[in-house]
Design a protein around this ligand. Structure first.
Ligand code: SDX
Length: 430
């Protein structure tokens, strides 16, 4: 890590220097870990707009260039040339698998795809109409009640077993949440199918007839998984890292990540975006909603637009729009009402000075809902699909954090603006 450059702070007549650290790509950072000790001052960065919470080798985003790299490989090439399990292997191990490693990893994941049969009883504790994200928070967290055989996370083998269990079981857990909501029987995994085809089998198959997923649709969903696999230190990944920094087990940490992802400002935006498109209903009403999005007194935001990092375009949105066109074409839905509405909304928004000035472009969630709806996935399941894919990134970031030699429990400070010190008055004086 190159740290010859220094940042100088002059405060209260004192001059203090801090090393400037340079990574492989992206912004350099000022190492301020000694700031409090040297000056008695903290930094204030609500929302972490200018804060690097860690060093990481997993994912790089360039918001101005609209660039997203997983372990150095551009998302466009990975989406085109690899499947999701290859990308999962890459994120976990740092390199793409060769043919032998790929086959071995696929077979390993298949052998962990079933849930302990006792876990199926968790579902019956939920109302049938429970939001599937609530079910996922509960069931994924409960995994830690079943796997005591590999809980020494200082042991690389134990970490690998837990990571593989999560990658393998999330599709089963998500599909079971969908089946439970529908009142249909759970479908067991099929080891003769690939990862994403198996997920579609567990979602849409029934015991009454054989189900062979459409390979075009399988490929589309597999690309959607790849596009959602990881994304640097976003809110849910930071949640997983912070939870893991206390030594909490990975299942509980992933459950915390799922809870954070659920929010409409984050992963819940794809569900919110489709609901918004349904509410707009017709191109003739787009102007009304653009006006509302610009109105400071109106809390309405255009779901699927804007991003903390991407200030040019979200490369995933472009790829998602392409997948969307392919799926709608395969299904003969080229004239899909919502897709046409979304394209028109995107066109109008991108010509509007408010969106141009604030650099608000479609993000990964904008087309995600339309393509998932076309695949037969209900709106309430959209964020579950996001969580299924992002579990690979979350658990990789978790392992990077706990194996970092500089690893400490995350414990931010604050600027206290509450009541000054005072004595408790007797009750007759309150
Ligand atoms: C994801 O971080 C990640 O990497 C997340 C993610 C991942 O893969 O993990 O990429 C996934 O969460 C994508 C984002 C999905 N969320 C949405 O689509 C919800 C709608 N978008 C907004 O809520 C918002 O754009 C955020 C939350 C995504 C980003 O918020 P920021 O960076 O905190 O920016 P901001 O809210 O301060 O907005 C800056 C300005 C504000 O106006 P001013 O106060 O400066 O006048 O832009 C406005 C906002 O009001 N603005 C919008 C808007 N998004 C921002 N105005 C209308 N519609 C919008 N969508």
């Amino acid at each position: 890590m190159n740290t010859e450059r220094k940042a100088t702070l002059n405060v209260d007549g004192k001059t203090v220097e801090f090393p400037v650290m340079t990574g492989t790509h992206g912004n350099d950072v000022i190492d301020i870990r000694t700031l409090g000790g040297k000056t008695g001052l903290f930094t204030y960065d609500s929302g972490f707009l200018s804060t690097a919470s860690c060093k990481s080798s997993i994912t790089f985003i360039d918001g101005d260039k609209g660039e997203l790299l997983y372990r150095g490989y551009p998302i466009e090439q990975l989406a085109e040339q690899c499947n999701f399990l290859e990308v999962a292997y890459l994120l976990k191990n740092g390199e793409l698998p060769n043919a032998t490693e790929k086959t071995e990893f696929e077979n390993l994941i298949k052998r962990h795809s079933m849930l302990h049969d006792q876990m199926t009883k968790f579902y019956s504790g939920f109302r049938r109409d429970a939001h599937p994200m609530a079910v996922m928070v509960g069931v994924v967290g409960a995994l830690s009640a079943f796997y005591h055989d590999a809980m020494d996370f200082s042991d690389a083998e134990h970490r690998s077993i837990s990571i593989n269990r999560l990658i393998a079981k999330l599709p089963t857990i998500v599909a079971m949440a969908y089946k439970y909501n529908k009142g249909e029987p759970f479908m067991y995994p099929r080891n003769d199918l690939g990862y994403t085809a198996n997920f579609m089998h567990m979602m849409f198959g029934t015991p009454c007839e054989s189900y062979e997923p459409n390979p075009v649709l399988v490929r589309a969903l597999d690309v959607i998984f790849t596009l959602h696999a990881d994304h640097e230190q976003n809110a849910s990944t930071s949640t997983v890292r912070l939870a893991g920094s206390s030594g909490a087990n990975p299942f509980a940490c992933i459950s915390a990540g799922i809870a954070c992802l659920w929010g409409p400002a984050h992963g819940g935006a794809n569900e919110a975006c489709l609901n918004m498109l349904e509410e707009i209903g017709d191109v003739s009403r787009v102007g009304e909603y653009i006006k509302r999005a610009k109105d400071k007194d109106d809390s309405f935001k255009l779901m699927g637009f804007g991003h903390r990092v991407y200030k040019n375009f979200d490369p995933r949105a472009k790829l998602m729009a392409k997948v969307c066109s392919e799926v709608l074409g395969e299904l003969g839905l080229e004239n899909d009402r919502l897709f046409k509405l979304a394209k028109e909304l995107e066109r109008i928004a991108l010509e509007d000075e408010y969106f141009v000035e604030k650099k608000l472009y479609p993000n990964v969630d904008f087309y995600s809902g339309i393509v998932q709806k076309a695949l037969g996935i209900p709106t309430s399941m959209f964020t579950c699909i996001f969580a299924l894919a992002r579990t690979v990134g979350w658990i990789t970031q978790w392992e990077e954090m706990i194996t970092d030699p500089e690893y400490k429990i995350g414990r931010p400070r604050q600027l206290y603006v509450g009541a000054a010190r005072r004595d408790v008055p007797s009750i007759d004086k309150r």
